[in-house]
Design a protein around this ligand. Structure first.
Ligand code: HEM
Length: 412
């Protein structure tokens, strides 16, 4: 008989991975907070659940974002076929450290400043209205496919200059690739996400070649090409990998922001009514959902040197997992943290991370979330959840519902 026992931290990781936890992982996060920072020998990883520790470590230069080296080393075989485009091996800047991270991020940051994004509000409002026109024609509709998914995918394609008719094409590839971004493996996963990566890279390589032949004046791909040709500061593979990052990061997260927020509002009808009465409160709903039920639940870094966090130690080279969703419910950061309350005086969250990798698309995500939620409250009358809890996708990190069916009364 085996006498092997697992450590308390490893046991909790098992609970988090269990699909039964997907609808409500928060009791498990609370147990992690009880443990404090913990070294999990079975995973060679340090898991950090407290707010102050997570925030400090995200800004700590002793931690590296170059996670791909860690995961590549653990892999038994090369996941990509020999004819895959070279760009598949180019890490995106999300997984780079300065100075390369700084150089690449700077090239695209102009397109995502609060001021540039504010100019997109009329366009985003029109899109949301069109989507809700179509969705509300039916007495029951799916908030995920009808609103939450379609909005960010259309906006990011518009910004980059991806032809509308191609949007559908890369939805599947992106969904496959997200399993890699999620950071947790599922059976048969490697072939699936590697397939998505290869197809998406082939597509973007072709798109770049096409823009090079006939540049436009009004899209980000043409701007990036001009930056590359002008100063030679961006290699071709870096260009492709940056576009892939924007395509994927730009929608696989915002979909969960909108769907998680609609779900919370439907479970708290008084807050939905307050939003309907005052659409100006939508920004506060967005911040509260980024805290209460964040689209990105955790992130990871690599320790560059031996590290001590609280009573836990990790050797150089170890994986450091920062449980952002657990940190948001740390009572030391937010009083009464398990309560969904958009009227809080102060919301402290790391939903967009912190430090050098702070989400580049935060102004855009906030705009899309704010416009979509205000319009949902205004237009969808007497909404009711068809299933509670709704079915969840299997992702642990980019956790979100797969479908959110809502019945409604009168048409808005
Ligand atoms: C990075 C969250 C929407 C583009 C990040 C990170 C988080 C995050 C947590 C940092 C991860 C880390 O530190 O390891 C979110 C959430 C979103 C959202 C919750 C929606 C609600 C967007 C959008 C875009 C975008 C709309 C736009 C295209 C990026 C990029 C990075 C990033 C490019 C990498 C930044 C860097 O490494 O310097 N995001 N994101 N995100 N996000 Fe977002």
């Amino acid at each position: 008989m085996s006498t092997a026992t697992t450590s308390p931290g490893f046991h909790l990781v098992g609970r988090l991975l269990d699909p039964a936890s997907r609808a409500d992982p928060y009791p498990t996060y609370a147990r992690f907070r009880d443990l404090g920072p913990v070294w999990i020998e079975e995973m060679s990883a340090l898991v950090v659940p407290g707010y102050r520790d997570c925030e400090t470590l995200l800004r700590d230069p002793r931690l590296s974002a170059e996670r791909h080296h860690y995961f590549d080393a653990a892999r038994e075989r090369d996941p990509f076929p020999p004819d895959a485009p070279a760009s598949v091996r180019q890490p995106w800047f999300l997984s780079m450290d300065p100075p390369d991270h700084t150089r690449l991020r700077r090239l695209v940051s102009g397109a995502f400043t609060a001021r540039t994004v504010a100019r997109m509000e009329p366009y985003v409002t029109r899109l949301v209205d069109d989507l809700l026109d179509r969705a509300c024609e039916r007495d029951t509709f799916d908030v995920v496919s009808g609103l939450a998914y379609s909005l960010p995918v259309t906006v990011i394609c518009h910004l980059l200059g991806v032809p509308e008719e191609d949007e559908r094409l890369f939805r599947d590839w992106s969904a496959q690739l997200t399993r890699q971004l999620d950071g947790f493996s599922f059976p048969g996963d490697e072939d699936l996400w590697a397939g998505g990566v290869v197809e998406l890279h082939r597509y973007v390589n072709e798109l770049v070649a096409e823009r090079r032949r006939s540049p436009r004046r009004d899209d980000l791909i043409s701007e990036l090409l001009a930056a590359r040709d002008g100063g030679d500061v961006l290699s071709h593979d870096e260009l492709v990998s940056t576009i892939v990052l924007l395509l994927v990061a730009g929608h696989e997260t915002t979909v969960n922001l909108i769907a998680n927020a609609v779900l919370a509002l439907l479970r708290h009808p008084a807050h939905l009514a307050a939003l309907r009465a005052d659409p100006g409160t939508a920004a506060a709903v967005v911040e509260e959902i980024l805290r209460y039920d964040p689209p990105v639940q955790l992130t990871a870094r690599i320790a560059r040197e031996d590290l001590t966090v609280g009573a836990a130690q990790a050797p150089a080279g170890a994986l450091v997992i920062l449980l952002l969703a657990a940190a948001h419910r740390d009572p030391a950061a937010n009083p009464d943290p398990d309560r969904f309350d958009p009227r809080r005086d102060q919301v402290r969250h790391l939903g967009f991370s912190a430090g050098p990798h702070f989400c580049l698309g935060a102004p855009l995500a906030r705009l899309e979330g704010r416009v979509a939620l205000a319009a949902f409250a205004r237009r969808v009358r007497e909404p009711r959840l068809v299933a509670d809890p709704p079915p969840y996708r299997e992702h642990i990190n980019l956790r979100g519902v797969g479908e959110l069916l809502v019945e409604h009364g009168a048409r808005g």
